[in-house]
Structures are given as structure tokens and as C-alpha cells.
Ligand binder design. Structure first.
Ligand code: GLV
Length: 385
């Protein structure tokens, strides 16, 4: 052989156990890790279909929906954005994006890739939109689809959504929502709020591994997808065919792609855990931990990037980098010395903020206290510019 086996693969796979308190992923619980280690199943096995059916029920619970086109796609949360836009946008459609950070900016780029005529509303970083602002933009832009991010992890902004679906439908516009970083920690009612398309991250509040993304489409959205003039341009995300494999569309489960049974098992167990706890209790736990974190950050003299307390996302807290502090040094020292992940800014907030994530299995008071004690040490001792 000209190319010999690389020596780097001749060593055991080993890394420390880290506490992931950045903007995601969060740590998986031992129960989810066990589910991930179960034997591999074939993607057309009876047990696999049973697990997929249980996952669909769990996703309907977390999104609070009865939508039949509810499933999990084989992709990271970001793939959820791709799947929603790829299915709901036809060339020439008008898409309005409410930008409040990186994810809205990404949605613009993707919608353009699918041939949409895109307009955007922009607010200064760290703020959300009032319903009035969104309605005014819908009235002036007359979009076919409004795209909103409920939890902008790049800025730590929470966008309230109640009544927005009704407003969109008054103007014949569909509503798509990204709940990757928010679901399970803040209220979300897909049917009651008339949301047409939603996806969330498996790796955030659900504390499952990344790579498998819950997604759901309303009847209105389903009609749009099934009556498209052109097929969605990415076969991998085409809900007509993915929906068949998941038993949401048609009567026969048809092969589309080889779904990872390990990821299915991990997600199934993570959904079982949130169903046992109940979303209300999960929200309460996240709120209590966030308050504990925020009190601690104030005691350390740190300031929040999001000024309005109501607009602060409970899952991702964004912190202004204090003058004279080297945040990069904070994050690398926290990782190298304490195996603790703390985040920096992302996209438009890079270099401006630090980010702390409180999500899912990690939302426990002892983790907050540990993180605050590490931050206190690093701010005091070493991490000056
Ligand atoms: C990822 O979701 C991030 O916000 O860094």
C-alpha cells in the first residue's frame, strides 16, 4: 500500500469529560448515553419504526401539536432551517426574515439559495421585535413566509411569538420559527399559536446528541409543500419523501436514507426524559437556574448584553466583555484547567460578548455555582488583556 495506516489511529480514543456550558451542545444524561450505546438496528426494522413512531409522539408533545408531518431529520439543528426553507420556498416567493443575530442572517442566505426574494427587518443587536413592528413589516413587504428565531443564541435574545401566527395568516403569510436554542425552556405552542413550520435542536435543552432534528409542519405548510409547482431542490430534505419513510405521508414506509438508529435511540430517550419531567417543570428549572446565574454574574460585576430582562433568553446568557478582560483567555483557561466550556460571541457578536449556556441536563444549581466560581477566579487572577 502506498498510503500506510496513520499512527494517530493506533492509539485509544480518549478525551476528558467536559462540562458543556457554552451555547450548545449540552451534556447528555447517562440514560441518553446508554441509549446511544445500544446495538445498531437496520433502518427498515420493525423496532426502528416503533422507535420512530414513539419519537413522533414525543415531538408532538414538545411542540404542542397534532400535525401529522412531524418527524426528525438526519441533520444538525441548522439542517432544520435548511429543510424548512427548502420545502416552503419556491423560486420567486417572498420571504421576510426578522433578523436579530446570526441565525436570521443565515436564513436570508438559505432562502436566497432557494430562489426567494428576501427582505429583512433589522433591529440593533440585543433587542427583539414587538408584534406591531412585525405586523408593519408584513404589511409593507407582503411576504409568503415570515421567518423568526425564537431563541437567538448568537445574541442571547428571546423573541415572543404569541399571536404572530394569527397576524401572519391574516395577510396570507406562513410563519416559520427556529426554536433550536429555546424549546423546553420557554413556552411554545405550535397549534395554539398557529406556527406553520418549526424545528429545534436535539443537542440543547433536550440534551440528546446533535445530528437529529425534530421538525413539524402545519396543515397549511403541508398543503404548500404538496402543491408546489417545482420539487424541493434538495432531495435529502424533501418532506414528500422523508415523510414517507417516517410514516407521516402515504401508507407505505419507503426507503429514503439510512437513518442512524443510534441517534434515534438517543433522541427517543431524551424525549422520554422531558415527557417524564413535563415541559412546565423543565421551564421552571431553567428559569430558576438562570436567575441563580444572573444573580451571580451581577455579584461579579458583569453586565448583560441584552438590556431588557424580558428579552433575555433563559438558555443562553450573553455577557458584555468587561474592559481589560481577555475573554478568549477566559474560555481557554476554563477549558484547559477546569474542563469547563464557556462560550464567546458568534457572528455579529464575536469579540463583543461571552455566552453561558444553561440547557437540559446541565441546568442544575451545582453547575451554575461551579461556573460562577471558575469565572470569579479567572476574572480576578489571570485573564486580563
Ligand atoms: C450554536 O448554536 C451557537 O450559538 O454557538
Amino acid at each position: 500500500m502506498e498510503i500506510t495506516p496513520p499512527p494517530c489511529l493506533n492509539k485509544p480514543l480518549k478525551f476528558p469529560n467536559k462540562l458543556l456550558m457554552g451555547p450548545g451542545p449540552s451534556n447528555c444524561s447517562p440514560r441518553v448515553l446508554h441509549a446511544l450505546s445500544l446495538p445498531i438496528l437496520g433502518h427498515m426494522h420493525t423496532e426502528t419504526f416503533q422507535i420512530m413512531d414513539e419519537i413522533k409522539e414525543g415531538i408532538k408533545y414538545i411542540f404542542q401539536t397534532k400535525n401529522e408531518l412531524t418527524l426528525a431529520i438526519s441533520a444538525a439543528g441548522h439542517g432544520g432551517m435548511e429543510a424548512v426553507l427548502c420545502n416552503l420556498v419556491e423560486p420567486g416567493d417572498k420571504v421576510l426574515v426578522a433578523v436579530n443575530g446570526l441565525w436570521g442572517m443565515r436564513a436570508i442566505r438559505m432562502a436566497e439559495n432557494y430562489g426567494a426574494v428576501v427582505s429583512q427587518i433589522a433591529t440593533s443587536l440585543g433587542n427583539n421585535y414587538s408584534l406591531g413592528q412585525l405586523e408593519t413589516a408584513i404589511l409593507s413587504e407582503k411576504p409568503d413566509l415570515l421567518f423568526v428565531v425564537q431563541g437567538e443564541s448568537s445574541t442571547g435574545v428571546y423573541q415572543p411569538l404569541e399571536s404572530l401566527g394569527k397576524i401572519c395568516h391574516k395577510y396570507n403569510c406562513l410563519l416559520a420559527v427556529d426554536t433550536v436554542a429555546s424549546l423546553g425552556a420557554v413556552p411554545f405552542f405550535m397549534d395554539k399559536w398557529e406556527v406553520d413550520a418549526v424545528y429545534t435542536g436535539s443537542q440543547k435543552v433536550l440534551s440528546a446528541p446533535p445530528g437529529i432534528t425534530p421538525i413539524s409542519f402545519s396543515k397549511r405548510a403541508q398543503t404548500k409543500i404538496f402543491q408546489r409547482k417545482s420539487r424541493p431542490s434538495v432531495y435529502y430534505f424533501d418532506m414528500n419523501v422523508v415523510g414517507e419513510q417516517w410514516g407521516c405521508v402515504g401508507t407505505v414506509r419507503t426507503y429514503h436514507h439510512t437513518v442512524s438508529s443510534s441517534l434515534l435511540c438517543g433522541l427517543r430517550e431524551a424525549l422520554a426524559i422531558i415527557c417524564e419531567e413535563g415541559i412546565e417543570n423543565s421551564m421552571k428549572r431553567h428559569k430558576e437556574c438562570t436567575m441563580r446565574l444572573h444573580d451571580g454574574l451581577k455579584r461579579l460585576g458583569l453586565e448583560f448584553f441584552v438590556g431588557d430582562p424580558e428579552a433575555r433568553l433563559p438558555t443562553v446568557t450573553s455577557i458584555k466583555i468587561p474592559e481589560g478582560v481577555d475573554w478568549k483567555k477566559i474560555t481557554t483557561t476554563a477549558m484547559n484547567t477546569y474542563n469547563l466550556e464557556i462560550g464567546g460571541g458568534l457572528g455579529p457578536t464575536a469579540g463583543l460578548i461571552g455566552r453561558v449556556g444553561i440547557m437540559g441536563y446541565n441546568a442544575q444549581p451545582e453547575n451554575i455555582d461551579f461556573l460562577l466560581s471558575v469565572l470569579q477566579k479567572l476574572l480576578k487572577d489571570k485573564c486580563k488583556l
